[in-house]
Design a protein around this ligand. Structure first.
Ligand SMILES: NC(=O)c1ccc[n+]([C@@H]2O[C@H](COP(=O)([O-])OP(=O)(O)OC[C@H]3O[C@@H](n4cnc5c(N)ncnc54)[C@H](O)[C@@H]3O)[C@@H](O)[C@H]2O)c1
Length: 296
């Protein structure tokens, strides 16, 4: 099956970026959210991102207008999904919500449509279980910002058909992404491997081995990482890290995956990372950041 029509569910951080990458690749896209206000916010973020590319001379206004013409919006799920060949769900990370949406999609979508979830840590097999088309459900784990980041982890739940994986790969590649296959286990590849790095970095800060800033400098210059582990943890968000680590630890029981107490304490102190300007660093209104003094 050749995918032409993509429906993206959820116009938030990930959904708007995925929709942007999809229209930029020439797909017809319907962006769906529960209210027109949320949909409009997502569309405004896409427009803003394209406007920056026009400013930088990477795109012309005519190209942007032609691309934006491929984007439709909807607040009615049936209307949004009835013509879709491929649906990408990017609603909040809540298993009951995702199961409910997939059960509804199963009823309103064409029989041959493929249903993909952008979940970070939830079991795609359980999400597929809410449908009668378990062979046509797959994970497509995009990374933030989705319009820019190249990787997509294509997650294979139990019972998925090889053709579903092939189609997911073709969609990702047409979007300019690099897909990799992973079985449906918590954390997939990237978050499972990043977890121990985040945990050890926090433990070193707690022990006073080195400051967060020096750990970041060391890993950037010594290991060639583009961002240090503390900066990257701030970017990912401590609430998200907590959820991911709890899920990975429940599966692996590996000490290296167990949530470090420092993240729990940071969360208790209302520090979420970049999203509220408070993490290992304080993010200042002028766009700079300074290390946060954790213990006075
Ligand atoms: N933010 C990240 O860095 C990141 C990275 C990879 C994967 N993810 C995953 O992507 C998914 C979305 O995360 P996000 O950060 O974009 O969340 P978000 O909160 O920014 O956006 C979620 C959107 O879904 C909408 N929504 C809520 N209920 C809905 C429903 N019933 N139907 C349709 N839309 C609904 C909300 O209004 C909101 O616009 C989650 O599963 C998350 O784990 C997030």
């Amino acid at each position: 099956m050749e995918v032409k029509n993509i429906t993206v569910l959820g116009a938030g951080t990930m959904g708007h970026g995925i929709a942007q990458a999809a229209i930029a690749a020439g797909f017809n896209v319907v962006l769906y959210d529960v209210t027109q206000e949320f949909v409009d916010k997502g569309v405004a973020r896409i427009r803003k991102s394209f406007a920056k590319r026009v400013e930088k001379g990477k795109l012309t206004q005519e190209q942007v207008d032609a691309t934006m013409a491929l984007l439709k919006t909807a607040t009615d799920l049936k209307e949004a999904a009835k013509d879709a060949d491929f649906v990408i769900e990017a609603v909040p990370e809540d298993i009951e919500l995702k199961k409910k949406i997939f059960a509804e999609l199963d009823k309103v979508c064409k029989a041959e449509a493929i249903l993909a979830s952008n979940t970070s840590v939830l079991p795609v097999t359980a999400i597929a279980g809410a449908t009668e088309r378990k062979d046509k459900v797959v994970g497509t784990h995009f990374f933030n910002p989705a319009a820019v980041m190249k990787l997509v982890e294509v997650v294979m739940p139990i019972g998925v058909a090889p053709e579903t994986i092939e189609i997911a790969f073709a969609v990702c590649k047409k979007m300019g992404k690099v897909p990799v296959k992973t079985k449906d286990t918590p954390g997939f590849i990237v978050n499972r491997l990043l977890g121990p790095l985040y945990m050890d970095a926090a433990q070193m800060v707690l022990e006073g081995t080195a400051t967060a800033e020096d750990i970041d400098t060391a890993m950037k210059l010594g290991a060639g990482h583009p961002m240090g582990p503390c900066e990257l943890a701030d970017f990912g968000g401590f609430d998200v890290i907590q959820m991911a680590q709890d899920a990975v630890f429940a599966y692996t029981h590996s000490e290296s995956s167990k949530l470090n107490i420092l993240y729990r304490k940071m969360l208790e102190a209302g520090r979420l990372g970049v999203k509220n300007g408070k993490g290992f660093y304080d993010y200042l209104p002028d766009g700079t950041k300074k290390p946060f003094k954790i213990f006075g």
